[in-house]
Write a protein that binds this ligand. Structure first.
Ligand SMILES: *[C@@H]1O[C@H](CO)[C@@H](O)[C@H](O)[C@H]1NC(C)=O
Ligand SMILES: *[C@@H]1O[C@H](CO)[C@@H](O)[C@H](O)[C@H]1NC(C)=O
Ligand SMILES: *[C@@H]1O[C@H](CO)[C@@H](O)[C@H](O)[C@H]1NC(C)=O
Length: 508
């Protein structure tokens, strides 16, 4: 997004952008961002906009859905014995990890079934060819099944194996792919299983693979061009905010032809965001929310099935640095580019301190290749056993670094029975202490990059919400880089800053 069109103008233009950014507040120690996240836009999160999934056939069978199957004849759940690596049995009376088969979707009817230890269900091609086992580490033809649902009771499944026969539970300890008949879906038919889901994911992988290569590009293009529009940036600029944090996925760097199932077009949307941001003098924090392989196993990092592979190899880290390099190169000359966040919420212990130190060093240098002024944001790890200052030795000696912390009065039993006042006190005492701990005079700047005026309190009044939001604004104002609300738009009202502002819950 270099607005300069000729070489002659380049120097002048660069000087001009620097002046604008100084006015915007870049590298001005007094300046703080009051930002909102544009969540659920360029990285899908189904709970933010459930209707995005409405047009997907078999939309309860997406990648990562935890399929559990109870045999109607044994009355027991299918189970990958030992969690995988050996036979499939039908002898478990309750379903948990070994009885859950995360789906890999090939198309609306065709799937691979993953097991707890990571192998895939398939036919025992080394043996008699009909016993059902979980030994393949990569799914191939022998691990590809069709799900046939009873038309008037979608929870009744029959599973067609690649040899053309249906799976059956011959006994509690023998599951085979040799059922020929069409037993008519009754409770005496050993090929009938009752499906239940242990839960699913609704991220970018699920929505794009769910629609498939023919429909996904159109659906996503429609979403990107309508969910956030120029008027939203105008709204942001005129309601006391000065910045946006924009989550993006790693595939944006390969636009317009990212690896499947991801589809091209999010780069165009980000270009638009920069154009609008420049027009309304709003700053942009680009946030790599979904890194290749998934840095936390959650849907908002575009995991396929809940697995977390990011950072396990140097090649993966290098690929991630290349994404940062791409984004920094493209937007460094925009006066609106204020910060680049290298990765969002890497989760311990899978995302190790070692791989993050490597990545953060290289990612920092990638940004500095194009700009000496853009801030580089490093997200603290989430998960147990982490120290909020664990990246301080890395940032020591680097200029323009920021530590991002996310504070929700949610996602922990600690908040289960808290009253309104206890929630508010928690902000003024506990969060305040935590924020002080990461806010030092000679360390990186501190950034509360995600927070929301939502809690586990039932039946709270508007005034309760106003007090809770105000408490957070009071405390977060001490963060030296600033804060960002999660998020601008959301079907859940309190999670939508737009709704909160329009309805008088939050005034900035
Ligand atoms: C299920 O069957 C397998 C294979 O025979 C056996 O090892 C296992 O103990 C059985 N589990 C239960 C709960 O019956
Ligand atoms: C929280 O409240 C629920 C009922 O609302 C109760 O069952 C539970 O014991 C309470 N937990 C604590 C830690 O007080
Ligand atoms: C919050 O801080 C108070 C005061 O330091 C402390 O007693 C309490 O245990 C903290 N609560 C939690 C849930 O950490």
């Amino acid at each position: 997004m270099n607005p300069c069109i000729s070489r002659q103008l380049l120097t002048l233009c660069l000087v001009f952008s620097r002046l604008i950014s100084v006015c915007y507040g870049r590298m001005n120690p007094q300046f703080k961002v009051k930002a909102v996240n544009l969540g659920g836009w360029l990285v899908t999160e189904g709970w933010i906009k459930p209707s995005l999934f409405d047009g997907i056939p078999n939309k309860d069978l997406l990648d990562g859905t935890g399929m559990q199957l109870k045999s109607v004849t044994t009355g027991k759940f299918l189970c990958a014995e030992s969690g995988g690596g050996t036979i499939i049995v039908a002898n478990r009376s309750a379903a948990s990890g070994w009885e859950t088969f995360p789906l890999w979707r090939i198309n609306e009817n065709t799937f691979n079934f993953k097991v707890f230890n990571g192998q895939f269900v398939g036919l025992d091609t080394q043996g008699n060819g009909i016993d059902v086992v979980a030994t393949a580490t990569v799914p191939g033809a022998s691990e590809t099944f069709q799900i046939v649902r009873k038309s008037d009771d979608l929870s009744r499944f029959r599973i067609k194996a690649p040899n053309g026969f249906f799976l059956q539970a011959k006994s509690e300890v023998l599951v085979t792919a040799d059922y020929e008949g069409d037993g008519g879906w009754g409770d005496d038919d050993p090929s009938v299983f009752v499906f239940q889901s242990s839960g699913g994911l609704q991220g970018e992988y699920q929505v794009t693979n769910g629609y498939g290569p023919d429909k996904a590009p159109q659906v996503m293009k429609e979403h990107w061009s309508t969910f956030i529009v120029e008027d939203d940036v105008k709204f942001i600029a005129s309601n006391g905010l000065n910045a946006v944090r924009i989550p993006v996925g790693w595939w944006i760097a390969q636009d317009p032809t990212p690896p499947k199932p991801f589809v091209g077009g999010s780069l165009q949307a980000l270009d638009n965001a920069f154009r609008w941001a420049e027009k309304y003098k709003v700053l942009v924090i680009i946030d790599l929310h979904a890194a290749p392989g998934s840095q936390n196993g959650w849907e908002h990092s575009a995991t396929r099935d809940g697995s977390q592979e990011w950072g396990k190899t140097d090649a993966n880290i290098a690929q991630t640095v290349a994404v940062i390099d791409f984004l920094a190169a493209r937007y460094a000359n925009s006066p609106s580019l204020y910060a680049v966040e290298l990765i969002n919420e890497p989760r311990a212990p899978g995302a190790t301190l070692d791989s993050l130190n490597k990545y953060y060093s290289a990612g920092y240098q990638a940004v500095r290749k194009y700009s000496s002024e853009v801030y580089v944001v490093m997200s603290n790890r989430v998960g147990d056993g982490t120290d909020a200052r664990e990246f301080f030795s890395l940032t020591n000696g680097l200029t323009g670094t920021v530590i991002d912390v996310h504070y929700y009065n949610l996602y922990s039993d600690v908040f289960n029975n808290m009253t309104v006042q206890q929630n508010i006190d928690f902000i003024y005492t506990n969060r305040s202490q935590q924020l002080s701990y990461v806010t030092t005079s000679n360390g990186p700047l501190s950034f509360v990059g995600e927070w929301v005026a939502e809690w586990q309190v039932q039946g709270a009044t508007k005034e309760d919400y106003q007090r809770f939001a105000q408490a957070q604004l009071d405390v977060w104002s001490r963060a030296t880089f600033g804060w960002a609300y999660w998020t601008l738009k959301n079907v859940n009202n309190h999670w939508s800053l737009e709704w909160m502002i329009q309805n008088g819950y939050i005034t900035l």
